[in-house]
Design a binder for this molecule. Sequence first.
Ligand SMILES: *Cc1c(COP(=O)(O)O)cnc(C)c1O
Length: 354
Amino acid sequence: MKKHNFSAGPAILPQEVLSQAADAVRDLNGSGLSLIEISHRSKAFVNIMEEACALSLELSGLEKTTYRALFLQGGASTQFLMTAYNLLEKQAGYINTGSWSDKAIKEAKLFGNVVELASSKADNYNYIPKELKPTGDLDYVHITTNNTIFGTQFHDIPVLSAPLVADMSSDIFSRTFDYSKFGLFYAGAQKNLGPAGTTLVIADMDILGKVSRAVPSMMDYSLQMAKDSMFNTPPVFPIYTALLNMRWIKAQGGLKGVGKANAHKASLLYSEIDRNDCFVGFAATEDRSQMNATFNLTDASTAERFDQLWNEAGISGLKGHRSVGGYRASIYNALPLASVELLIEIMKEFERTN
Ligand SMILES: *Cc1c(COP(=O)(O)O)cnc(C)c1O
């Protein structure tokens, strides 16, 4: 039986995307060859890469601009250093809203001066700080749009004079959004875009090529763009699966369609968390994430019984991250409304029988 998959990542993908991906591993479009046994320079794969880049720019509303899309390897964690490698000459600003921001800061410090413009670390990252420290010139400002572990999300993107760089690993293509606010944004695929193994990077070419240091080929955005993400062998399977998923998003009515469904799922779930006295939300109400809902039991001693209930109902991946405890319901694009409705049913049953 298919489980109701609330995993934070690697995370749920649409069933039809999984079966199309499986078909392509056996036989790519009736070619008699598997997706994973053909040359990445073949026409068949070059077409896949071109469509994946074009569709990611289309979903971002950035087609026919100076932005280019890349499908790279090394996960979002490699982007923590690659952004600084390519963009940090003197100093950059970072807003510290969670463990992933913290890790990005640590990497950037290897390349230049890092100013922490704001941080919610002292409160275990349960809110998004709004007041930013004034500073001198910054090469860029880095934010994490959705904090996967803590369940907070930027609902207003700060307006600054420096280019904005965003880690969007867990909320890319989840809602309508003005992506042109960013000079560069990136997302490890395995949360809301595809399987682990590729990272989407979309960057405005105009902000590149400004640092004086030499950048090694694999780390160089401009070179990767000149080579159409094929400086070396790209991860063909994750890229193809991400393409299938982006086609699926488009078929749902694009970002408007998935955004509406996601807002509905989140609003149902948070209403139950707030209504039901057995539960308490973790994140500040105004900063709640539409992708990862974090909550705790009001009485931690009842955990065993709640865990038994949701496990028996076929729910998977609901345990919170160890740094927050409690529960985290990741309600990404592909998670059906029915799964959220079931979870709410279980929360109500727990309340009745507690
Ligand atoms: C999961 C996650 C990461 C780490 O991604 P990797 O691809 O494993 O390096 C970074 N940032 C955010 C916001 C994440 O959710």
